[in-house]
Design a protein around this ligand. Structure first.
Ligand SMILES: Nc1ncnc2c1ncn2[C@@H]1O[C@H](COP(=O)(O)OP(=O)(O)OP(=O)(O)O)[C@@H](O)[C@H]1O
Ligand SMILES: Cc1cn([C@H]2C[C@H](O)[C@@H](COP(=O)(O)O)O2)c(=O)[nH]c1=O
Length: 218
């Protein structure tokens, strides 16, 4: 069976993830790859409904965690695993690191329960025993929360998360840092405070260093 490549994009709200996904998809396609671009929570009709609830309806942290993992299960089953089986590159705007950062570090929800849900939801029979589906690379857009807040200030009507205060995003940023420390080979830290061109340069250099995207232009 063909084996594709799974890249996730992570960071606090406003860090610049979405701005780089379409250009990366274009650069990969120009180099002959088939690319699936998707997002979490979301990516399937069911998961998009769960996303709308998560972003707009009041709920506690356990309910948030159950919703994002339910959405993830459907997304993995219907979109991510089939695309990887076809040999495609999957670019996913957020994945499980966001759950550890937002529900775990941000909301203070028990990380052991998140780890248990991660093991259940990301189990995949085609993987070697003891392995679960994880991104091959996680591009972590690391940005101080006050810079992100300034970028988002006039951007749009905030959702439930974007409306939270800076202390919440300080904890979320720390949550990403500790996930990155636990998986240093998977995480690539990008200094997202630089200009968009400089962030793109960091991103393409990191991917080129792993055998992807030789000579991509911004
Ligand atoms: N390097 C950068 N420097 C300055 N502004 C930037 C940079 N990258 C993105 N922006 C701007 O910051 C805002 C947020 O960017 P973007 O939507 O890409 O972030 P995001 O991480 O996807 O946010 P969210 O998770 O909330 O969707 C946009 O207005 C974008 O144009
Ligand atoms: C995957 C995931 C996401 N969230 C939060 C993080 C963001 O505030 C929103 C998603 O919107 P965006 O367009 O990607 O910014 O959902 C979360 O709390 N937990 C998760 O697992």
């Amino acid at each position: 069976m063909a084996s594709g490549f799974f890249i996730s994009f992570e960071g606090i709200d406003g860090a610049g993830k979405s701005s780089h996904i379409a250009p990366l998809a274009e650069a990969l396609r120009a180099q002959g790859h088939s690319v699936t671009v998707t997002r979490e929570p979301g990516g399937t009709p069911l998961a998009e409904k769960l996303r709308a609830m998560l972003l707009h309806d009041e709920m506690d942290a356990l309910t948030e965690a159950l919703l994002v993992f339910a959405a993830r299960r459907d997304h993995l089953r219907c979109v991510i695993e089939p695309a990887l089986a076809r040999g495609e590159v999957v670019l996913c705007d957020r994945f499980t690191d966001a759950t550890f950062a937002y529900q775990g570090a941000g909301r203070g929800f028990n990380p052991e329960i998140l780890t248990m849900l991660e093991q259940w939801v990301q189990a995949q029979p085609t993987l070697p025993e003891g392995h679960i589906r994880q991104p091959d690379i996680t591009l972590w857009f690391d940005l101080p929360p006050q810079v992100a807040a300034a970028r988002l200030a006039d951007a749009r009507q905030p959702d439930r998360f974007e409306a939270l205060n800076q202390d919440f995003f300080v904890r979320v940023a720390q949550g990403y840092a500790s996930r990155a420390a636990q998986a240093p080979n998977r995480f690539v830290r990008l200094d997202a405070a630089q200009t968009p061109e400089a962030v793109w340069q960091q991103l393409t250099t990191a991917l080129a260093g792993r055998g992807w995207l030789a000579g991509a232009q911004p």
